[in-house]
Design a protein around this ligand. Structure first.
Ligand SMILES: CC(C)(COP(=O)(O)OP(=O)(O)OC[C@H]1O[C@@H](n2cnc3c(N)ncnc32)[C@H](O)[C@@H]1OP(=O)(O)O)[C@@H](O)C(=O)NCCC(=O)NCCS
Length: 276
């Protein structure tokens, strides 16, 4: 599981999807913190605190496999791609980036990476993320296989035995390039192929409409949801209306068989074409 590795290309460079390693924790914390703070606006004054907590969480979860696996999408910039297309390309390495107005990012423990991703969250562009030629974390997702490693939701808990997806985030300037879709595919491969699970679940807030589009386009459907009344009463009690989504995940063998069948069908169609 720790050796899991998938690769794909973006115009900016090669992206490797792999297990989170200790040197990538700070960049990943920054990515998750900036996403969460943007999604939950009242957290903005506590952004530095949020990031420290996420960092501690990731340190713990980085060591959890096989109970859970934190995946990261790491961009290996192509030579000459740094400072690219944001018009200034330099908003990243001065050690004071405070993306989202969150007052974090003194840069002390993570170098240019924190500032780069924060700058990107603040509209700095791809060039801000690609400061220098260092690998950059541009996306992350976690897949867990034990109720002890995931959060619970009143009335909406996933089954004890399943794969459970959480903490999906993609760096703002790399969105709509298929990074989250690749992370989902990777999570499914780990769930079905490596762990032999048959279903993957996730919780989603009703307000997360973009994420809903992602999961629906990837084949997730609603398994259960909080009643509509919670849309009105929830805010009074600080409860978010949520849905539990589910998708069947194919075991590796079934996927390989489907791919082989598709390849055989293609070969026989082209052979038929040759003889006509
Ligand atoms: C949700 C999120 C992870 C999507 O990441 P992404 O890398 O941009 O997603 P992809 O490029 O793989 O998109 C795959 C599909 O999802 C849907 N989708 C993704 N973003 C969308 C958007 N902004 N509007 C409409 N559809 C969208 C589309 O169907 C898209 O396919 P298409 O681009 O061919 O139309 C990203 O927007 C993000 O990090 N948001 C903040 C954190 C968050 O909401 N996390 C989820 C919490 S549960």
């Amino acid at each position: 599981m720790l050796n899991f590795r998938r690769e794909f290309d973006l115009p900016e460079g090669r992206v490797v999807i792999q297990a989170l390693t200790v040197p990538l924790i700070e960049q990943t914390s920054e990515l998750l913190a900036s996403s969460f703070v943007r999604a939950v606006s009242h957290l903005a004054p506590y952004a530095a605190y949020v990031r420290r907590n996420i960092s501690a969480y990731l340190r713990e979860h980085q060591a959890l496999p096989p109970k859970a696996l934190v995946l990261v999408a790491v961009l290996q910039p192509r030579a000459g791609s740094e400072g690219g297309d944001n018009g200034n390309g330099n908003g990243s390495s001065n050690g004071n980036g405070n993306g989202n107005g969150n007052g974090n990012g003194n840069g002390s423990d993570s170098g240019a990476g924190v500032d780069a991703v924060a700058a990107a969250g603040n509209g700095g562009g791809v060039g801000a993320v690609l400061s220098g030629s260092r690998p950059r974390v541009i996306g992350t997702a976690e897949v867990s296989f034990s109720p002890t490693t995931r959060s619970s939701q009143p009335l909406l808990n996933a089954p004890v035995r399943c794969a459970y997806l959480s903490n999906m985030a993609v760096s703002a300037v790399f969105r709509r390039k298929g990074v989250a879709s690749r992370l989902l595919e990777a999570a499914e491969e780990v769930a079905g192929g490596v762990r032999g699970e048959q279903r993957m679940y996730l919780h989603l807030r009703f307000v997360d409409e973009t994420a809903a589009k992602l999961y629906e386009s990837a084949g997730f459907t609603i398994a259960r949801q909080h009643p509509a009344i919670l849309a009105f009463l929830g805010p009074l009690f600080g409860v978010q209306r949520m849905k539990l989504m589910v998708k069947p995940v194919a075991p590796a063998a079934a996927k390989a068989a489907a791919a082989a069948a598709a390849a055989a069908a293609k070969a026989s169609a082209s052979a038929a074409g040759d003889t006509n």
